[in-house]
Ligand binder design. Structure first.
Ligand SMILES: N[C@@H](CCC(=O)N[C@@H](CS)C(=O)NCC(=O)O)C(=O)O
Length: 235
């Protein structure tokens, strides 16, 4: 018989997570940035507990159980819920135009950086790997240009984060993927060039890597490299 119940913290937030999952880190970082307490149920993705389908029938992390028993899934949905539920955290800008520009940036990152990152990592053929690494570099150039534009706007004046000097929603959502670059360097020798066109990205990345909110949910680099090995056909 299947499980009929699952573990959660009565009256609190329970996050079903995995330390090496970049999507789960979004949820952790949203709670951390909003300064809202939660407990973590660490899910072993290679050997999921029999009760996990009761929490998320899709079987993925992150998932969230709220104090009233509502279950939310999907990292962007969970992070936006936290920002909306705790507006005093200032995670999302209140100005609709600033919100729209932030959403566009996250969309651009998700549709350009993330797919090329995974394609470069998982391609078996070296000429495909090179093609996707070039494409990723072009995506990063575009992200860099977008950051330069944002840092001239009132909502991002001066950087080095999307919202200026403050770590907010853009970093909550994207820091884990920026933090995955060492994995691609390890398996594919990919480095972000130090030239002018990449300068804003490199400044943003450095500020992310040094921020306490990044370090608080940062996976161990060796563990990350090991986790990603299964996606690398020639490793
Ligand atoms: N679109 C999902 C993606 C989550 C996801 O892919 N999680 C992976 C780990 S990083 C997972 O749970 N994989 C387990 C599985 O698919 O069985 C989100 O944003 O939350």
């Amino acid at each position: 018989m299947g499980a009929t119940t699952y573990p959660f913290t009565e009256g609190g937030y329970t996050l079903y997570s995995n330390a090496n999952c970049p999507y789960a880190q979004r949820a952790l970082r949203a709670f951390n940035a909003a300064n809202v307490p939660y407990t973590v149920e660490e899910i072993d993705l290679a050997n999921k507990p029999s009760w996990y389908p009761l929490v998320n029938p899709r079987g993925k992390v992150p998932a969230l159980r709220t104090p009233d028993g509502t279950i939310l899934i999907e990292s962007l949905v969970i992070a936006e819920y936290v920002a909306d539920q705790f507006p005093e955290s200032g995670l999302l800008p209140s100005d609709p135009v600033a919100r729209a520009q932030l959403r566009l940036f996250i969309e651009k990152f998700g549709s350009e950086f993330t797919p090329d990152y995974y394609r470069a990592l998982t391609a078996a053929d070296t000429s495909d790997q090179d093609k996707f690494k070039d494409s990723l570099a072009a995506a990063i150039k575009g992200i860099s240009a977008e950051l330069e534009i944002q840092w001239k706007r009132e909502s991002g004046r001066g950087g080095p984060f999307w919202a200026g000097s403050k770590w907010t929603y853009a970093e909550v959502i994207l820091a884990s993927f920026v933090g995955l670059l060492p994995v691609l360097n390890h398996y594919r020798g990919f480095v972000v060039p130090e030239t002018r066109e990449f300068a804003a990205f490199n400044r943003w990345r450095q500020a992310i890597l040094e921020h306490p909110e990044f370090l608080r949910a940062k996976p161990d680099e060796d563990a990350l490299i090991k986790t990603y090995k299964k996606f690398v056909p020639d490793a």
